[in-house]
Write a new protein. Sequence first.
Length: 164
Amino acid sequence: MIVLCDASPLIFLAKLNRLALIPRLLGPEVVVLQCVVNEVLDTAHHHHSEQQRLVTFLNSIRIAEFTDSGYQSGRFSASDRQTLAYAIRQQAAWLVADERLMRRVAASEGIATIGTLGLLAAAARRGLISRQDALTDLNSAISSHHFRISIALYQRFLAEFQPH
């Protein structure tokens, strides 16, 4: 049961120190393509602690070499095309990605999808983190790390996780 990760959730979860949520929620067979590794380890975008979290996490999972960008679309980066092609070819159980179109395509191929926000919500629902921590993490991602979500989605998250 392959869990394939795209770059954006890895970067945000490293910033929040929540990378461990991926295997805890979705299963231990986590795969990251080498092109995604290259993208997330670009040191220009990370503080030292985030870089260390990424390296530690990447050392604990499987890195796959895959260069087929068989999924053609000008709306995706080369890395996104390769990730989608790999997910489809390997019949991944999960695609961890924040990009909406990428998730839509994966879902149309029968691949379950989840993003950073979904992982935080699922972790809070399952008691892996507190509801308050999920809300704090989301607010931190938005205010400090340029995480973008719609106002409607943010309001739904608040309605579920804000203390009453």
